[in-house]
Write a protein that binds this ligand. Sequence first.
Ligand SMILES: O=C(O)CCC(=O)C(=O)O
Ligand SMILES: [Mn+2]
Length: 198
Amino acid sequence: MDLFSLEAALQPIPIEDGRLSFLPQLPLPGPNDVVLRRLLDEIAWREETIYLFGKAVRQPRLSAWYGEASYTYSGRTFHPLPFTPLLLDIKRAVEDATGARFNSVLLNLYRNERDSMGFHSDDEPELGPEPTIASVTFGDARTFILKHKKRGTTIKLDLTDGSLLLMAGTLQRHWRHGINKETRPRGARVNLTFRWIR
Ligand SMILES: O=C(O)CCC(=O)C(=O)O
Ligand SMILES: [Mn+2]
């Protein structure tokens, strides 16, 4: 193994009931800040409304779906836009780093410290029983929190600019994850979760 592939290797994070690995910097064709700027400018960001227990709730972030397969969650079906050249570049980098294949990506934009994502598992049937999900971050770091569904164990990870987090195995069955609001000021953070939809 040469130095480059050593640097680019995902490191396992010890966890029970699932698999988790992390790469501090995904090798990309350009600098992280240029990728972030392009994602902010080029993605068709939307403020989505979802239905929780029959009540319309505006999501505390912006989001967008791209890829080749539609996807249902929280009572809504999302029809993706086709991958853009930039998203295809990032997808290729993620596939090279993980050895997995992906056909869709959910993008989330946390505009500031008040944006967040509630605790959930990515366990929709179309993802299959043991989904491999690759999460890439650009911009201001936020804390990614995992909570074990039965044991109550909590794991906190700092998802920094340019990083890749890979979730796999039975992780979604046993853990929930989310991003809390912060009290200290935060700038924009874009997170991309690449998935394979059956
Ligand atoms: O922003 C993050 O790091 C989490 C995103 C996430 O959990 C999702 O898109 O399902
Ligand atoms: Mn998720």
